[in-house]
Design a protein around this ligand. Sequence first.
Ligand code: EPU
Length: 421
Amino acid sequence: MDKFIIHGGKKLKGSVKVSGAKNASLALMPATLVNNGINKLYNTPELNDVYTMLKLLSQMGVKYSFNNHLLELDTSSITSYEAPYEHVKKMRASIYVLGPLLARYGYAKVSMPGGCAWGPRPVNLHLMAMEKLGAEIQLDQGYIIARSNRLKGNYINFDIPSVGATGNTLMAAVLAKGNTIINNAACEPEITNLCNYLIKMGAKINGIGTSILEVEGVDELKPAEIETIPDRIEAGTLLIAGAITRGNIRVIGGVTHHLHSLLSKLEDSGCKLAYNKDYIEINAEDVEVSPVDVTTAVFPGFPTDMQAQWIAYMSLANGTSNVTDTIYTDRFNHVPELVRLGADIIVHENTARIVGVKRLTGAKVMSTDLRASASLVLAGLAAEGTTEVLRVYHIDRGYQKIEEKLKTLGADIERVEGSEY
Ligand code: EPU
């Protein structure tokens, strides 16, 4: 298992480019299952989660080539309609094959995702939507077995706007007979990217980017190509790397309108920001960081996927802040590890109360999940002395060579391969 060794205290400077969005790719890739032929996904990030999805799709019979961020997926010879436990247990996004397989082939067998590192993450909304579209669902020995004749459009209301359930329903409804309305749909940019891709295949979708999506089912969809949007969470993490080290950096390719909630919080904390369509610059030099409260919410609110990184940043603010996660109320595994670096944080229910400290000091810390690892790397960049972040396979799931990107900004960070647990 690899670890990072970080000698903290360097102010980051320079420019860095954002990769394609993990959570967009993880929806675009299974979406190719609704057609029959060669699809091209540009700007696909080289991430462990993308490779896991590729393994899953290839065991279903999808052929692929992946060069220079162009992922070509040939869906013309599908031979299996199953997502086995060994893939799903690694990556919950494997559930995304349910909708497209059901719509295109009338059958899917998908291992039921269990809990995850920070608590239960149910899939009831995915299953409810498939049933509304006419599927018969059985749960058998840990598997979801879904069968249908041609799906039929219907009215689907989500009590909670779920990204995954919205994506899955879209990938099913595009091939259903008749119209589907998805009410209280997720509006995340990754869903908009998926809608635009399905439209390129010939799907008919209205209301894109809003919480009411209207889908007019078609008989057939053709292969298509699309550019994966930039990763807003990677962009946000890099911006906080600039802020927490009191640096001055330019993040190239981050889309500002995907990041307004974070950018405005960064401004509230005292950082100077400048942006245009090509880049976002953050200047935190000589800034005395003010404490800023954050409550996570669905897009365009503050993303839960930036909560851990914000807590790391606030641990060095000049005062006390509160960070509340309303999406994943247990997602605080990073807190005890940040405390090992000297942070003063107490979690009560779904709120972390962070009393800013003057300095963090290096220590060995353990990654427990993707965004938790990102927060530990950020804290390590700002801490005095040496921080070792163990189990960085978590960070490799969702950040493409983060250490290389940070090095181009002047960070002192090394990956040590095959190290201790
Ligand atoms: N929920 C249900 N029932 C469901 C589905 C979701 O109750 O059937 C609840 C969840 O428990 C949660 C809320 O709805 O409280 C929102 O969950 P959502 O379904 O939107 O999450 P997801 O689709 O499983 C995606 C991202 C996550 C990100 C969330 C929230 C992908 C592959 N994953 O997950 O990304 O945190 O949306 O924005 O798109 C990450 O990248 O680190 C990550 C965890």
